[in-house]
Design a protein around this ligand. Structure first.
Ligand code: XUL
Length: 517
């Protein structure tokens, strides 16, 4: 069996896979807010941070690891686990002093992980991906490197507030002594992997690319980005490596306490998005994932390190080799819910409304679907912009607005993913709204590609388990064919008659966007 662990914002999840039988014998989650109220982090992070700071407690993640493995060992025989891999919420960073290595090497099973390892923290809390406190640092890094496009060309993204480099710079500026005491900086993923391996292990290319520090072409820490971030940074980071590389056997702490075999192997951990790419069966270019959540995300494999000339999208490493893009659209469910509430519809009416308008209404009315500020494209307007018939603009025919909102969201995605140069052969839809057949049909028509829905609930933890199996030498394709199947009856085919309609709508949408933003 192969174990995948995902340390996300709100919970730690385990998925065990058995590739021989093609089954998932066990899945389990520990919710941080519910299980560890003492950390006062009901959603996994510390609320009400100052200046946009959003931090979380690494001690809580360690407590969760002990609790999850204790529960898992009561449910299944962990001595059968051959390899472990994992993923973490991206961008979050953990700061440790020189005692971390000796503490890892001499963990005692009579105490828990948190008690033994938290004294090594030089910063008791970790900034996570929701943190927006580093605007000035992003600017300083951009200026030092030369331009936003140069930062993007080197690292795959413009300098972004939540990315780890700007976060490290803020720590260095605000707490220089603590920064100097720090001898190792980990991401959430490499931190958890290090604890399991009993020694510090590297950051992988997938998660490392979310730091504004990794040179995408060379896959090494970039000297110009490192120098622009903080002094002496190279000594605090191990050289990055591929997700599937062997990191040694599991620490005796875990074999003695939870029954893992002494020769259970640890692979590098990666970011939750690269792991989800694997869990959604999308590591080969052509398979595109759209995740419909509070924000919508669009991610896909790319063979080369191509970057977004507009600086909206990000490039991360693909655990199966090569690269992946991630584009985030803030107005996802947020916008769908705003319109649904404004029109007084429930979800099934919303679905029906999307389907009910006749095909002749396709692409007829346009909406820039931004109910709150947006990051792709970046802009601060608070309210949608409508262009079309009087019945549409006045709201007299609400179903036209539902159609135009959804079309606007997916036209915006199509437009802002063009830079990837990847032909969309198949779309895999996940997240709450993906169950909606009307929405799935619209996506298929706008991208002119078949849409599949997968029966995968924990795509990052499943992806991590598949990475563990691939690290052991099993074939990526065979593993993904086994575990990442479309749910029966879930495939929706595009209507070819609408190809030219949406090509034309895309041009008009782009013109409207340029005119208004
Ligand atoms: C990606 C990002 C989030 C986190 C959440 O850039 O910030 O998706 O990885 O877990």
């Amino acid at each position: 069996m192969f174990l995948g662990l995902d340390s996300s914002t709100q919970s730690l999840t385990a998925v065990l896979i058995d590739p021989v039988s093609g089954t998932i014998p066990c899945q389990l989650s520990v919710n941080f807010g519910t299980e560890f109220p003492a950390y006062h982090s009901p959603s996994g992070f510390i609320p009400n941070g100052v200046e946009g700071e959003v931090h979380a407690h690494p001690a809580m993640w360690l407590e969760a690891l002990d609790l999850l493995l204790a529960r898992l060992s009561g449910m299944t025989d962990l001595s059968k686990v051959k390899w472990i891999a994992g993923s973490g919420q991206q961008h979050g960073s953990v700061y440790l002093d020189a005692t971390f290595e000796t503490r890892l090497a001499s963990l005692s099973i009579s105490e828990d992980l948190a008690a033994q390892l938290t004294p090594a923290l030089t910063r008791s809390t970790s900034p996570i991906w929701m943190d927006t406190s580093t605007g000035p640092e992003c600017l300083e890094i951009t200026t030092a490197v030369g331009s936003a496009s140069e930062v993007c060309r080197l690292s795959g993204s413009n300098a972004i507030e939540r990315f780890t480099g700007p976060q490290i710079r803020r720590f260095y500026k605000t707490q220089p002594d603590r920064y100097t005491e720090t001898s190792r900086i980990h991401l959430v993923s490499s931190f958890i992997a290090s604890v399991l391996a009993g020694k510090s292990v590297p950051i992988d290319f997938g998660d490392g690319a979310g730091m504004n520090l990794l040179n995408l072409a060379e896959l090494t820490w970039d000297p110009a980005l490192m120098a622009a971030t903080a002094p002496d940074l190279a000594s605090k980071l191990l050289p990055p490596a591929a997700a599937t590389t062997y990191q040694g056997g599991i620490s005796p702490y875990f074999s003695e306490k939870y029954g893992f075999a002494a020769d259970c192997s640890i692979a590098l951990f990666t970011g939750d998005n690269p792991a989800s790419l694997v869990g959604m069966g999308a590591t080969a270019p052509g398979n595109v994932v759209i995740s419909l959540g509070t924000s919508d995300t669009f991610f896909a494999a790319m063979s080369g390190p191509r970057t977004d000339p507009n600086g909206f999208g990000h490039v991360f490493g693909n655990p199966a080799g090569g690269f992946m893009s991630l584009i985030c659209f803030r107005n996802g469910s947020l916008a769908r819910e705003a319109l649904r509430n404004a029109l007084g519809l429930d979800w099934s009416d919303f679905d029906l409304a999307a389907l009910a308008t006749s095909a002749s209404a396709a692409g007829e009315n346009l909406m820039l679907p931004f109910y709150g500020s947006e990051i792709t494209p970046r802009h601060d307007c608070t309210g949608p912009i409508l262009q079309g018939s009087a019945a549409f603009e006045s709201g007299e025919q609400p179903e036209l607005q539902v159609r135009a909102l959804l079309e606007g969201q997916f036209l915006n995605m199509r437009l802002h993913s063009r830079w990837m140069g990847v032909k969309t052969e198949r779309l895999r839809l996940t997240g709450g709204a993906s169950k909606n057949d009307g929405i799935a049909q619209l996506v298929a028509n706008i991208f002119q590609a078949p849409v599949e829905r997968l029966d995968v609930s924990n795509s990052a933890a499943l992806g991590a388990a598949i990475i563990a199996a691939a690290a052991s030498g099993l074939e990526w394709t065979a593993l993904q064919d086994r575990f990442c199947q479309a749910a029966a009856g879930s495939v929706i085919l595009p209507d070819p008659a609408l190809a030219s309609v949406y090509a034309d709508a895309l041009d008009r949408f782009e013109t409207l966007l340029r005119a208004k933003l």
